[in-house]
Design a protein around this ligand. Structure first.
Ligand code: B12
Length: 281
């Protein structure tokens, strides 16, 4: 079927909400647009071009990289590993396979979507399998160490720049820090600087560090509520001096209110986006 091409670039930009400069870049780089020439030499675009731009912006909105989004918009198959593929490699002690799956995901999707849709779901899945006896402690440890190591690799340089600073730590006794690292990575994507203290940190030393660094936000996460309830008074002291947020399954609205802190009820990636859009220190 012949598709009539009668849109000038400005009109295509108006209809799709994408600037003419970006449309031209997509045409050049990915062959996303296939204009015809008018008798006067102008490029003319068709409804088919408009549809491809719609698919492209839709894919970008889902966190897919521009190159992969263009493949999708052009109707080419994109074969990305799922969280399930990652988990299968991890439980098989397949170091190379797990890193390859992560490489593929990280080169095709935004870091936030890899964390939100693959890494964190993989951890929850591993937890369920471990709890139900389907996998051993060794498999769980192998998996969480590989993921944690990879994430800390991505964190290199995350305190650079001049954005607001977040100080991240887990309270004394708490070993679960992977979702706090994910939070730091996501917040970094929004231009924040991250100072990462990590697991099992007494509140007194977090307070001391905060006084030295003067962060814009102190974020503490724990799975076990006892880690927070054991130091309510000290936490109240910190939150009197700096904005404090509590997160993880061990935190809650009431506890946060008691301490004078904010409770981050969402997942790591979602909470980072919310903070970045609210806080303007
Ligand atoms: C990896 C892991 C470990 C590793 C941790 C490595 C590390 N450096 O983080 C190790 C091996 C050390 C470990 C130890 C233990 N673990 Co463990 N562990 C896990 C596992 C598999 C993944 C944890 C994780 O990162 N989850 C990813 C996060 C994103 O998932 P989530 O908790 O659902 O998070 C949601 C929210 O709470 C929120 N959130 C969470 N953290 C944060 C942080 C921020 C900043 C924000 C904004 C939001 C946020 O986001 C999510 C919603 O989208 C979980 C399974 C699971 N379901 O999570 C068990 C799990 C957390 N562990 C558990 C247990 C019991 C233990 C041990 C007691 C086991 C033992 N007998 O020794 C010890 C305790 C250690 C300690 N003192 O803290 C239980 C906790 C049960 C409970 N509710 O109390 C779980 C749930 C497993 C299970 N199904 O039974 N564990």
């Amino acid at each position: 079927m012949e598709v009539s091409a009668d849109l000038r670039i400005g009109e295509l930009a108006r209809r799709t909400g994408v600037s003419p400069e970006l449309l031209r870049a997509w045409e050049r780089r990915y062959g996303l647009l296939r204009p015809e020439r008018s008798s006067g030499g102008y490029r003319l675009y068709s409804a088919e071009d408009e549809r491809r731009v719609g698919k492209m912006t839709g894919a970008l909105g889902r966190g897919i990289s521009a190159a992969e989004a263009a493949k999708l918009a052009l109707g080419n198959a994109v074969d990305l590993p799922s969280a399930g593929t990652l988990v299968e490699a991890l439980v098989a002690f397949d170091d190379v396979g797990a890193h390859a799956a992560l490489d593929r995901l990280l080169s095709s999707l935004t870091l936030e979507s890899v964390l939100r849709d693959s890494v964190l779901p993989a951890l929850r899945d591993l937890g369920e399998r471990w709890q139900s006896g389907q996998i051993t402690i060794a498999q769980e440890h192998f998996a969480s160490n590989l993921l944690r190591g990879r994430m800390l690799g991505l964190a290199r340089g995350w305190d650079r720049g001049s954005g607001p600073r977040a100080l991240l730590a887990c309270p004394a006794g708490e070993q679960h820090d992977i979702s706090l690292i994910a939070f730091g990575l996501a917040l970094r994507e929004h231009g924040w600087r991250i100072t990462y203290i990590g697991t099992d940190t007494p509140v007194a030393t977090i307070a001391e560090t905060a006084r030295a660094l003067r962060p814009d936000l102190v974020v503490m996460a724990a799975v076990d509520p006892l880690r927070f309830s054991a130091c309510v008074e000290e936490l109240r002291d910190v939150s009197a001096q700096f904005p404090v947020a509590l997160a993880g399954a061990g935190a809650g609205k009431e506890l946060a209110a008691q301490i004078g802190a904010t409770y981050l009820a969402e997942g790591s990636v979602e909470a980072a986006a919310a903070i970045a859009s609210l806080e303007r220190p």
